[in-house]
Design a binder for this molecule. Sequence first.
Ligand SMILES: CC(C)(COP(=O)(O)OP(=O)(O)OC[C@H]1O[C@@H](n2cnc3c(N)ncnc32)[C@H](O)[C@@H]1OP(=O)(O)O)[C@@H](O)C(=O)NCCC(=O)NCCS
Length: 185
Amino acid sequence: MTTTRPVLRRKGITPSGRSYLIRPSEDGDAPGLAALIDAVAAEGELIAAVPGEPDTIEQSVRLASMVLEGGLTLTLEVDGVPAGHVMVQRRAGGHYAHVGEVAILVSNSQRGAGLGRALMEMAIAWGRAVGLAKLSLRVFPDNQRAIGLYRSLGFDDEGLVRGEVRMPSGDRDMLLMGLALSDLR
Ligand SMILES: CC(C)(COP(=O)(O)OP(=O)(O)OC[C@H]1O[C@@H](n2cnc3c(N)ncnc32)[C@H](O)[C@@H]1OP(=O)(O)O)[C@@H](O)C(=O)NCCC(=O)NCCS
């Protein structure tokens, strides 16, 4: 009998000729990923984070607990430097544990090279391999690039959650999206 294992490593060359590696996150990634989250937060309202706030740092040091709770965290390196991240957080509790919540980011300078797609494909493959029934995520409704990626991977829009995130511009709505990995009962 053969067992299917999630593929948690992928390496290759970007269209601009730089080498990349996607691998399970390690504790040592935390400072680099915190800096990355901070830099993306500074670009504007793309993710639910503001630069320099304690939450931003905390987010990056949740790496270990995420895995202990049955989730996934993968780090993308380009030329050996952290340049992206995907996490799947396993929901707690028997009524919710069949769903994983996805969060992803790629550094500004590496976008548009297919690396976000590679990270999402690996998260989806892992979700299937560990038997999750569904992946879900929340995205700002004006984040066209992220929404385009998710739709192209089969995620469906599941509705707008009103005033969900408190940001400098005010309380913002989020689009809920979901991908069924198996027939939902
Ligand atoms: C969203 C994000 C992870 C995508 O990563 P990426 O490496 O740029 O994505 P890719 O190069 O793999 O592009 C994937 C797909 O995105 C879509 N896309 C890219 N640019 C787009 C644009 N301007 N408008 C609409 N769709 C777009 C396309 O479907 C593209 O696939 P294709 O080029 O094969 O047709 C990245 O842009 C990012 O980190 N953004 C800032 C943080 C963020 O928004 N995170 C998500 C929060 S929910």
